[in-house]
Design a protein around this ligand. Sequence first.
Ligand SMILES: [Zn+2]
Length: 101
Amino acid sequence: MVKCNACGGTYEPVLSDGMEYYHKCPPLSVVELAAAVAAGKVQLPVGETPDIAVTRRSYERSNQRDENIQVDPRTGASSPKSVGAGTTAQAPAPPPVIKVG
Ligand SMILES: [Zn+2]
């Protein structure tokens, strides 16, 4: 399990069925946008509140992570679209509990 240093999301890079997972940070939530506005990092149009703003446009993190692969057409080299703020290793997720009977 890893934790995204930009959005705080936690995920397994390889899912239980063996498929690889490529994380991309979600846009700011209403709470995160309100905090960014209060901190003076974002200025909304006059009269617009954060809960209205998130329905009209997406607010991306400046340090967002996007692990989806891009290929350089000149060299054929592949790399993540953006490493962003990176990740921090976490303890493995506990195995799922299945109740029977
Ligand atoms: Zn993220």
